[in-house]
Design a binder for this molecule. Sequence first.
Ligand SMILES: [Zn+2]
Length: 345
Amino acid sequence: MSDSALSLREFTRQLPKAELHVHIEGTLEPELIFKLAQRNQITLPYPDQASLHAAYQFDNLQSFLDLYYAGAGVLITEQDFFDMTWAYFLRAKADGIIHTEIMFDPQTHTARGVSIETVFAGIAGAARQAKAELGISSYLIMSFLRHLSEAEAFATLDAALPLRERYADLWIAIGLDSSELGNPPEKFQAVYARCRELGFRLVAHAGEEGPASYVRDALQLLKVERIDHGVRSEDDPALMQYLIDHSIPLTVCPLSNIKLKVFDSLDDHNLKNLLDRGLNVCINSDDPAYFGGYLLDNYMQTAQALNLTASHLRILAANSLRSSFLPEQYQQAWLQALDNVPAHD
Ligand SMILES: [Zn+2]
C-alpha cells in the first residue's frame, strides 16, 4: 500500500461514522463459530475454519442465506449472543464507528428453541457495555424474516413486546430482511402498520435483488424512513427524483453487492453515480464476516474502485450520521466533530 493510500485510510478511519446496516448474525466469524460449536457441543458440517471459509462463495442472496442460517445455529446461550456482539463492537471501534444500528433476527433463533429473552439479553448486554467502555452508542432494529409469513412476524412482535420497556434505550426500530424476490413489501403491510402505531422507527430491505417497485412499495405501503440497499432504484427515474426530493437514506453495502452478484465488480457499482446525483447514500458492511470486509474496508475498497475523493468520503460519513436515528443534538455534535477532522491532502 502506498503512503497516500495509507493516509487516506487513516483519514477515513478518523471520520466519525455511523453504521446503519449490519446484521449481527452476519458478523459471526468462522473462528467464533467453531469456538461456540465446541462450547455447545454442536458438530459442524465442516472439519475446520478454513473449509468453512472456503464455502463462502455465493451465487446469489439465497445461497448466502443458507450458509448464514447454518452458522447462526451455534448461538444457544446469552453468553454466545454477547460474545458475537462484543466482537463486532471491537471491530467497530477499530474502524472509527461512533454509533451503530444493529439488525437482529429473533426468528432465526426462536425456530431453534432459543428464547427471545436470551437473544435480547445477550445482544443488549454487549451494546450497553460498548457504550460504557468503548464510547459507541447503538440502537437495535428487530427484523422480520420476509420468507416467513406475516402471521409469524406478528407472533414475533407479540413475543418481543413484553421486553420493550427493559430495552427501551436500545430497541427502537423494526426491519425486514432475508429473501427479497417473491416476498414483496405488501406482504408485511399490516404488521408494519401495527409497529408504526406502537411508535417504532421503520426500515426495510428493498431494491437489492428485487425491483425498484419494491423500494417504492416499502416507502408507500410500509411507510419506512430508510431503505436498506435500494441500489435498484436507479431503474426508475421518477423514484430516483422522489428519493432525492425527500432525502430518503439508502444504506448501501458495496462488498455485499459484489459477493452476492448484484454487480459484477466494484468498478461497476453505482454508488458514486447515486452520490453524484444527490441521493442520500451511505456505506455499510451488511454481513461482514461473510462478505470479506468490515466498514472501513467497505469505504476503502469502494473509494479505490470508484476513485472517490476525500470529500466524497466525508460526505458519505456525514450522510451516515444524518441518516441515523440519533437525536438531532447528537447528530449535530458528531457532524461538528466530522468537520474538525483535518483535511486529507
Ligand atoms: Zn442486509
